[in-house]
Write a protein that binds this ligand. Structure first.
Ligand code: NAD
Length: 468
């Protein structure tokens, strides 16, 4: 049994029940995580309510606490990273990058100004617009970036003066529990509560009387449930949901120069990135060259246990995701697509799937139309750029998209036609603390990161003073 505990009101809290967390590289149990009870959920929520009263009042203290938090996270990187690899599967180097990114997000928000805007100051009226914290926030996160995506919520929420009850995915609760433990010293009791449990705990959080805002990252299906649960009390919501990002290669692109970037745009974190390239559109004359270049990369990339030296891709995170990727690839093959690389599960007990390039495939195939969230990229040929843009936009998703060309001006004009939250040119998945991130259509509601992400954890108040 793990000695990792939940953090409720600043204290270590065990549970009456536990659930197993598996290492996706081996199928073995890494640890057992506390399964939060209803009473413990109430305690976490009540503590976040109490802490809100003082936390919201002292901005300097908040900024200093976030700075301390950033330092504490970075200092614990060597301890947290192997745990992240063990529960999530990603290579150790990527885990270290995620821990340091988590620290960077806390630092960014510690230093970000929260503006007071004077909108009128004359002989009659002084009026200003201030951004107030909303209250206790329920933060619910998925399993692909368990720490970073939690930081995208916790850091701006706390900076704005809210308190947080955070719940990680049941597949990857350990590093978030660890984060709670590490931050107990930097943050006053109740400001950040971290609880763990299965999906019904998320539903209980969204239905709970205390939170005034729900910040959710996960699937479209769960996002719908969250939005519905929020309606009753008019809880504020930010939803970061799925994606099916298209990348469009233009005819003047240099295949040799972009192949590796395209590959990693699709296969970073084994394709388990909401804004990874999930379908690739390529002009007919260069189609074979692009498919061959990607297939060569897919067959040489090193897949294995993320703790082993030199491994570039780990396993998928869980059995259900492995089954889904497998099913979508099999469906494509059964409907006439060609496997240019991979297309099979790999031997061993872990959830390994060979990096897969699927050619001779078109819109209308499930692998193209649905979100695979795994290491299988369909490559689709097109004749005219307008046609590719139309295909890219013919989706309920609208998270990201990219255009690849030697002419960045022209690529920028094509990218501007994409219906999505981030349109990249000659890159994909490039994210930064100051760059807002969010989706249109079914990919979400609201944005995270940058000042805009901070504003999402505030409500406007007008202070209007009559002078005469
Ligand atoms: P999921 O929706 O199954 O679970 C996400 C979280 O929600 C988990 O903590 C889960 O326990 C909880 N949950 C489940 N049902 C709930 C309910 N009814 N009410 C409240 N909480 C509930 O998603 P997942 O499989 O963990 O993650 C994969 C999905 O997340 C993919 O679709 C991916 O694209 C998306 N994602 C989006 C972003 C983004 O920023 N847009 C980032 C990462 C992942």
């Amino acid at each position: 049994m793990t000695d990792l505990t939940m953090t409720i009101d600043g204290a270590a809290v065990a549970s009456e029940r536990y659930f197993d967390v598996l290492n996706p590289a081996t199928g073995n149990i890494v640890a057992a995580a506390p399964d939060c009870t209803t009473q413990q959920l109430d305690a976490a929520m009540d503590s976040s309510s109490c802490a809100f009263v003082t936390w919201r009042a002292d901005e300097d203290r908040r900024r200093e606490a976030l700075r301390q938090a950033a330092k504490a996270i970075a200092a614990a990187a060597a301890e947290i990273a192997p745990l992240l690899t063990a529960e999530q599967g990603k290579p150790l180097r990527d885990s270290t990058g995620e821990v340091l990114g988590t620290s960077a997000w806390f630092k960014y928000y510690a230093n970000l100004e929260l503006p007071r805007e004077v909108i009128q100051d004359d002989d009659r009226v002084f009026a200003e617009v201030v951004r107030r914290p909303i209250g206790p926030v329920a933060a619910i996160t998925p399993w692909n970036y368990p720490l970073l995506l939690a930081a995208w919520k916790i850091a701006p929420a706390l900076r704005a003066g809210n308190t947080v009850v955070a719940k990680p995915s049941p597949y990857t609760p350990l590093t978030a529990l660890k984060l709670g433990e590490i931050l107990r010293e930097a943050l006053p009791p109740g400001v950040l509560n971290v609880i763990s449990g299965r999906d019904p705990l998320g539903a209980a959080m969204t239905a709970h009387r205390v939170p005034r805002k729900i910040s959710f990252t996960g699937s479209v299906q769960s996002g719908r449930r969250v939005a519905a649960a929020a309606v009753d009390g008019f809880k504020r919501v930010t939803l970061e949901l799925g994606g099916n990002d298209a990348a469009i290669v233009l005819a003047d692109a240099d295949v040799g120069a972009i192949a590796s970037k395209l590959f990693w745009g699709a296969f970073t974190n084994n394709g388990q990135v909401c804004s990874a390239i999930k379908r690739l559109y390529v002009p007919e004359p260069m189609y074979d060259d692009v498919v061959d270049a990607l297939a060569a990369l897919a067959t040489t990339v090193r897949v294995g246990n993320g703790l082993d030296d030199g491994v570039q891709l780990g396993p998928l995170n869980n059995r259900a995701q492995l089954d889904r990727v497998s099913e979508l690839v099999d469906d494509a093959v059964n409907t006439g697509a060609r496997v240019a690389a991979g297309g099979v599960r790999m031997d061993g007990d872990g959830y390994f799937y060979a990096p897969t390039i699927i050619a001779d495939v078109a819109d209308g195939t499930r692998l193209v139309d649905e979100e695979q969230f795994g290491p299988a990229l369909p490559v689709i040929s097109y004749r005219r750029a307008e046609e590719a843009v139309a295909h890219a936009n013919a989706s309920n998703f609208g998270l990201g998209g990219s255009v690849w060309s030697s002419d960045t001006e022209r690529a920028g004009m094509v990218a501007a036609q994409l219906e999505c939250g981030t349109a990249w040119v000659n890159t994909h998945i490039t994210l930064a603390p100051h760059q807002p991130f969010g989706g249109v259509k079914w990919s979400g509601l609201g944005v995270e990161n940058g000042p805009w992400g901070l504003y999402g954890f505030t409500e406007l108040q007008v202070i209007h003073r009559a002078k005469a």
